[in-house]
Design a binder for this molecule. Structure first.
Ligand code: PGA
Length: 306
């Protein structure tokens, strides 16, 4: 199988006519045809230690193996009827969306079943907004992993700041929910981030470091997405500077055992700032609240220009 690899410009490789890339480097971001005609990328296995950037002068960073995940978080919005109406406007907008992007909608429990049926055969993945750590039991108002997977749910948001702030979610319960999600084959989207007060006090790095340390105990980092969501930027219209989001996400990555975890930015992501956010090298996707509720604006975000 011959695979082309994106994120190159032809100027990088004036003298090479054959380029061997390990197959796992080619799984994502592999659709744009930026390669010169004389370049072929083959799925050969190369030693991981081989530094392709140095040896070949390529702009081949870890980003090449990380999945782009664009997820909408509908929070407590949309009835079943409204969810179906959203899809009618949204699905046609995905015709030209590059294959390298995972598109996810994390919707209220009541909309999961109907969306699961309507999304069957589409490229949009279904996500929930909570999962309990037990497989079953007397936990009024909670939901078990098997109840989600039974209807085709693939992702689940865990540790969102609104859950931490309004529903007494702690790092310990976040950790339990993450492990339960993975036990059931769900991919958790773990949210971390600081308040305005913590940022002003210079505590951003230490706070996030502590969250990661506690939340990720015994969590499989191969089946995980992390969202950096500065709380002061959520629903406020104040976006974190993209370079600052990039810096914090780099710090998060440096603390992970698996540097290939996809790390999103979240907090007032809109059609007019998505291109700048996604141009940052450490940012692998976005978690979008308000702007994911309207088909046109979420479609513009999903179809960001790379
Ligand atoms: P927002 O929400 O995009 O409306 O700021 C983001 C989130 O809460 O995940």
């Amino acid at each position: 199988m011959i695979t082309q690899l994106s994120r190159f410009s032809s100027g990088f490789l004036p003298n090479l006519s054959l380029l061997l890339i390990p197959k796992h480097f080619c799984l994502f971001r592999a659709n744009e045809s930026h390669l010169p005609a004389n370049i072929i990328v083959l799925p050969f296995k190369l030693p991981k230690a081989l530094n392709l950037r140095v040896h070949c002068g390529l702009e081949l960073t870890d980003a090449a193996v990380r999945k782009i995940v664009i997820a909408g978080n509908w929070k407590m919005y949309k009835t079943q009827a409204e969810a179906s109406e959203f899809l009618q406007g949204f699905i046609p907008e995905l015709e030209k969306t590059p294959e390298d992007r995972e598109v996810v909608v994390c919707v209220p429990f009541t909309a999961l079943d109907i969306l699961s049926k309507s999304l069957h055969g589409s490229r949009v993945r279904l996500g929930a907004q909570n999962v309990h750590w037990e497989d079953a039991g007397a936990y009024t108002g909670e939901i078990a992993g098997s109840m989600l997977t039974e209807i085709g749910v693939r992702y689940v948001i865990v540790g969102h700041s609104e859950r931490r702030q309004y529903f007494c979610e702690t790092d310990e319960t976040v950790n339990q929910r993450l492990r339960a999600a993975q036990r059931h084959g769900l991919i958790p989207i773990l949210c971390v981030g600081e308040t305005k007060e913590q940022r002003d006090a210079g505590e951003t790095e230490s706070l996030i470091s502590t969250q990661l340390e506690k939340d990720l105990v015994d969590v499989d980092q191969q089946q995980l997405v992390i969202a950096y969501e500065p709380i002061w930027a959520i629903g406020t219209g104040y976006t974190c500077e993209s370079s600052e989001a990039n810096r914090v996400i780099g710090l998060i990555r440096s603390q992970l055992k698996n540097p290939d975890v996809s790390i999103q930015y979240g907090g007032s992501v809109k059609p007019d700032n998505i291109d700048e956010i996604m141009a940052q090298p450490e940012i692998d996707g976005v978690l979008v609240g308000g702007a994911s509720l309207a088909p046109a604006s979420f479609a513009r975000i999903v179809n960001f220009s790379s």
